[in-house]
Ligand binder design. Structure first.
Ligand SMILES: [Zn+2]
Length: 241
């Protein structure tokens, strides 16, 4: 009897086990079903959820992000480094500005400012800096006085060939034109000249390559004694460009 009793007592226990399992199973189904219904509702009516979510997610970052993109638009392109170590450019900043205000005439007929190339710091030989502006042009292209002044000296030299030294009206600066094919007719030492006047013609005299006619043009600030052959070079490109 005892084992039977035990069996009978076990029977309700055995019967209650599947009942509990069913309960768990039903709860799970119910839960999953609920989730599915919720998911379906969200899919069908998303606006209700979105309306709450959107301002929270988008409002703040959108405004912050737009502003910097507009401010930063084109990042400035860094200029290429100069080929040769730069001269003390600020040393003659005042003189360059003074000359720029005069809006000098370009010294070669038919040349535009965009055609000019800065050759001031190029090396000529191993130790000498060019300190001038070379303007390429066909042989016999008229060379023009950059501003009013006087002919300080018509000079023939080994390096420069047929050259002109011109003083500006205040006799502060001297303009130097070299490698000329020839002078303009009638040009003499001490002559008063006008801006834009033809004073010579492009050539290859002096040490210029025979196949590269060009004007070698320089500007220098004279010392107190105003000697036409002495002074400190100023970059003509900075003045004329
Ligand atoms: Zn030159």
């Amino acid at each position: 009897m005892t084992p039977q009793k035990a069996q009978t007592t076990q029977t309700p226990a055995k019967a209650s086990k599947p009942a509990a399992s069913w309960l768990v199973f039903a709860t799970a189904i119910g839960f999953l079903g609920g989730m599915l219904v919720m998911a379906a509702l969200v899919t069908i009516f998303p606006s209700g959820v979105a309306a709450v979510a959107e301002p929270l997610i988008q409002a703040a970052p959108r405004k912050v992000e737009v502003k910097p993109t507009r401010k930063e638009e084109p990042p400035p392109v860094a200029p290429p480094p100069p080929a040769v170590v730069a001269p003390p450019a600020t040393a003659f900043g005042v003189e360059v500005e003074m000359l720029r205000r005069r809006a000098l005439t370009l010294p070669v007929q038919g040349i535009e400012r965009e055609d000019l190339r800065d050759t001031f710091n190029e090396m000529r030989g191993s130790s000498r800096r060019h300190e001038a502006l070379d303007v390429l042009a066909p042989r016999n292209t008229p060379v023009l006085a950059v501003e009013d002044g006087t002919i300080a000296k018509l000079f023939l030299s080994d390096a420069g060939g047929v050259t002109i030294y011109q003083f500006d009206p205040s006799e502060t600066f001297c303009y130097y034109y070299a490698h000329l094919e020839r002078y303009a007719d009638g040009l003499k030492d001490g002559a008063t000249i006008k801006r834009g006047q033809v004073i010579g013609y492009v050539g290859t005299t002096g040490n210029a390559p025979r196949d590269t006619p060009h004007l070698h043009f320089s500007i220098f600030k004279m010392a107190e004694d105003k000697r036409w052959w002495q002074g400190t070079a100023i970059d003509p490109y900075s003045v004329l460009r």
